[in-house]
Ligand binder design. Structure first.
Ligand SMILES: [Zn+2]
Length: 290
């Protein structure tokens, strides 16, 4: 079997803004974990990178008077420079505009479609352009996005949905059989209670902007941020490119995240993996003693 393996990831950081202390904090934490495992003789892989698609980036580039390519090149370089100053030793810096990532994201969509988990519909909802997410009435604080405190807009558009609701039982079983899949426990409980009460299908395409990965099932649509961004964790370990590498590292993976993206990295990510015929990522099966 060879050496123990360790795969750690940070979120892909959104390039509409400059790096801040939060990005440094998460990436330093991942670097520490990675160095620690390496020092114990583990074969390790550390992935970080930037999330570069979506309307916010398109708007930010325009505002800066640059082409989108130019803008995302400059912005992702800010992160690379910061991590270099912090002496962070990652194995790959993935950009969601990288060709191999675009291919992975599209391949995963085809898998979901094969599993009968994608259908076309209309989406109408309260949308925060800064989050690139829809909210329900009860999520809002004084009619505004709870994160950005900005007014949400009522939006209606053609979209393709991912059949998230179908995975309710499977997700609950998964969380029950893997108590350490989501940590800390308070966040685990939060996810379980939301999966039980309000698992809504997920809109995974947009037509109102074009700065995104082309949706492989319909040329009028581009992939919407989560189906694109989450699959970077597979790009990093060679999905499509190297079966050997994928087998080596997947599904043992530690995804470091912030609480704002908890839902996307749990219910949604685990369902996508199940639908694509992959094992949900899980923590190392090793007792950790300090
Ligand atoms: Zn928001």
């Amino acid at each position: 079997m060879g050496k123990n393996k360790f795969y750690v990831t940070t979120p892909v950081y959104y390039v509409n803004d400059s790096p801040h202390i939060g990005h440094a904090y998460t990436t330093i934490a991942a670097d520490i974990l990675n160095r620690w495992r390496k020092s114990q003789g583990y074969k390790t892989f550390f992935l970080t990178g930037t999330d570069e698609h979506g309307q916010k980036v398109q708007d930010a580039a325009k505002k800066a008077g640059k082409s989108i390519r130019e803008f995302t090149d400059l912005k992702s370089k800010d992160f690379i420079d910061l991590f270099s100053k912090l002496n962070i030793k990652y194995d790959r810096f993935v950009r969601t505009t990288d060709k191999d990532h675009e291919q992975v994201a599209q391949a995963i969509v085809r898998k979901l479609y094969k599993s009968n988990d994608i259908y076309k519909g209309k989406y109408e909802g309260l949308y925060c352009i800064s989050c690139e997410a829809y909210y329900t009435e009860k999520d809002l604080v004084n009619g505004s996005c709870p994160i950005h405190k900005k007014k949400v807009e009522l939006v209606s558009e053609d979209t393709y949905f991912f059949n998230l609701a179908k995975y309710q039982d499977k997700l609950l079983k998964l969380y029950e059989s893997n108590p350490e899949l989501i940590l800390p426990e308070t966040r685990r409980n939060e996810v379980i209670s939301k999966v039980k009460s309000e698992l809504r299908d997920l809109s995974i395409t947009r037509t109102n902007f074009d700065w995104g990965i082309p949706f492989p099932l319909d040329k009028k649509h581009v992939m919407y941020v989560w189906a694109d961004a989450l699959t970077n964790y597979l790009t990093g370990v060679g999905y499509l490119k190297s079966k050997a590498k994928l087998k080596e590292y997947w599904p043992v993976a530690v995804h470091l995240i912030g609480k704002d993206i908890l839902w996307f990295h749990t219910a949604i990510w685990h369902s996508i993996l199940l639908s694509a015929g992959l094992k949900p990522s899980r923590k190392q099966n090793v007792k950790i003693s300090w």
